[in-house]
Design a protein. Structure first.
Length: 308
């Protein structure tokens, strides 16, 4: 059986949407790979997050050594502070339909990426629901149909966010870091919406580690693909669609040579949900990852089969 890999592409900023997405679409088309895009279409408040983004010193040092032009242009670094936060989807309404027309999955990556990433746990239940509703309204206005999948900004999810998504009929979410698909438990409650976690380290995390360089990326991803289970890799429109486009193309190139089967998360979700009773339950925990500053939501130990 050939190794299977899903490419999950997060689009956080206007820069990523306007420049990263078209660059990634071209490379994906060259290698005939279909991916899963998750977009934040609301205000780009990147300027408010600049200090968080650059807090990881190992990553910043390596960025400066390897790719002098920064991932984020100077304008992006001022959005939401000195410059008014632009609305990402409205700035180029034609891009979202173009992604879908090329056969890729399109889903939501929150509305205001920075607000979700930095303040999810401070928001009220209504505040969380509002972020999801605004994201869905923007998406539907641009595309004519609602998103069926959601990927939490910064891998931050809560019981409230998962309940709000489940109540709105989302097929699945990809909110956490973990090993394999599961139904998440918060406290005593197991929620009925499937979670497909990101299973592999991201390029920016690898660059945050000692001794790891951009050219090591493909080798490190494929090392993990020897395992028999499908893997999920998150890439960023601002990174792999920007200064690390060469590494991304190299990954797809070598993947093709090795016979890797690339798949979309939505297709896998539908396949898995044919037999929900076979899926495990895991608690969602707050975890730390090597090479990443701060905490993320992660998959806890396996706790037996799902009740469905
Ligand atoms: Zn993101």
């Amino acid at each position: 059986m050939s190794p299977r890999l899903a490419i999950k592409i997060d689009v956080d900023t206007l820069e990523g949407y306007l420049r990263g997405v078209p660059a990634l679409l071209e490379v994906l088309a060259d290698f005939e790979v279909r991916a899963s895009f998750f977009l934040a279409l609301g205000p780009d408040n990147s300027g408010k997050a600049v200090f968080r983004v650059f807090r990881h010193q190992g990553f910043l040092a390596k960025m400066l050594r390897t790719r002098a032009p920064a991932i984020y242009g100077i304008k992006t670094m001022l959005y939401g502070t000195l410059l008014k936060a632009p609305l990402i989807g409205a700035a180029a309404p034609e891009i979202l339909p173009r992604i879908a027309a090329q056969g890729h999955e399109v889903g939501l990556h929150g509305y205001d990426h920075v607000r979700w990433h930095d303040h999810l746990f401070d928001l009220t239940r209504e505040g969380v629901a509002r972020e999801i509703s605004l994201a869905q309204e923007t998406f539907t206005a641009l595309l004519g149909w609602p998103a069926r999948s959601f990927a939490a900004p910064g891998w931050q999810c809560s019981r409230e966010s998962r309940e709000a998504l489940a109540a709105r009929g989302f097929l699945y979410a990809s909110d956490t870091r973990g090993r394999a698909p599961y139904f998440p438990r918060f406290g005593e409650r197991v929620l009925p919406m499937l979670e497909i976690p990101t299973t592999l380290q991201t390029l920016d995390e690898l660059l945050g580690l000692d001794g790891c360089l951009p050219q090591d990326f493909t080798r490190l991803v494929f090392k993990r693909l020897e395992a028999s289970s499908p893997q999920v890799l998150t890439v960023h429109a601002e990174m792999e669609g920007g200064p690390f486009l060469r590494e991304f193309a190299n990954l797809l190139h070598q993947g093709r040579d090795l016979g890797v089967e690339f798949f979309r998360l939505e297709d896998w979700a539908r396949e898995l949900l044919l037999n929900p009773q076979d899926l495990p339950v895991s608690r969602v925990e707050s975890i730390r990852l090597p090479g990443r500053a701060g905490r993320v939501s992660g998959q806890g130990p396996r706790e037996g089969r799902s009740p469905w």
